[in-house]
Design a protein around this ligand. Structure first.
Ligand SMILES: [Zn+2]
Length: 238
């Protein structure tokens, strides 16, 4: 089979045999792919540098028996500084786990790829709280995947919910509810919903601008993970 060049971010690695590793890689060209990196754990392996979690690079692959094999790879960005703090590592790990859950095999999605790339970049090099990048990532992920919730009016009856300080939200209906309608899973401040709305609209290159007040961060942490967990069928233990 001919060689194929793919640009990708390593979302997860699994060691097998003595010196091999399976890489789950989100690629620009083909969405999620699984690649065998044979011998990459040997000290002098040419694919060792690329074959670790969060690494972004260019891979040359070939297919054998229906499986993708890594022939060569060059690192474009290792995002090494993610490993310098526990908070950065936790947020980055949550981003790649959710990305792997949501990614489609053999379907490329440029917006989604850039979101993962920028999410990791801002966690590695940004100055804001990694948890804010993580929450912005989830808000934008919901929007990119077609789960933008209805927030300005009641998702059931259409009545405006503007002007209310606290707003009820339903993850099953995908939006806010007025006081007359039932089925709310959360009650959050209008301020938090406004932050949610703004994060969804933000260009992923501007994620570094997100600075959430503590109470908004705490509310959105519950709301976004619960809503994303529901729509992506991804229960997250926190
Ligand atoms: Zn209503």
């Amino acid at each position: 089979m001919p060689n194929e060049t793919l640009n990708g971010i390593v979302l997860r690695t699994t060691d097998y045999r003595e010196s091999d590793r399976i890489l789950n890689v989100l690629t620009k060209e083909r969405g999620l792919v699984t690649v065998s990196a044979r011998g990459c754990r040997r000290p002098n392996s040419r694919t060792a540098a690329f074959s670790s979690q969060f690494c972004y690079g260019e891979m040359v692959t070939h297919e054998r028996d229906g499986k993708l094999i890594l022939s060569a790879a060059s690192v474009l960005e290792s995002f090494y500084s993610i490993r310098e703090s526990y908070e950065q590592l936790i947020s980055a790990t949550r981003i790649v786990m959710l990305a792997e859950r949501v990614a489609s095999r053999d379907i490329s999605n440029d917006q989604f790829f850039l979101l993962v790339y920028h999410g990791l970049s801002f966690i590695a090099y940004g100055r804001n709280d990694p948890r804010d990048i993580e929450l912005c990532f989830i808000a934008k992920l919901l929007s990119i995947m077609g789960y933008t919730p209805i927030l300005a009016s009641c998702v059931q009856c259409g009545r405006s919910v503007r002007g209310q300080r606290m707003i009820r939200f339903s993850k099953t209906h995908g939006g806010s509810l007025c006081d007359n309608c039932t089925g709310a899973s959360h009650t959050v401040s209008a301020l938090s919903l406004e932050a949610f709305r703004r994060m969804m609209r933000l260009d992923s290159r501007d994620m570094g601008k997100v600075v959430l007040p503590d109470n908004v961060r705490a509310e959105l942490d519950r709301l976004l993970y619960d809503y994303a967990g529901f729509v992506f069928e991804y229960p997250i233990k926190r």
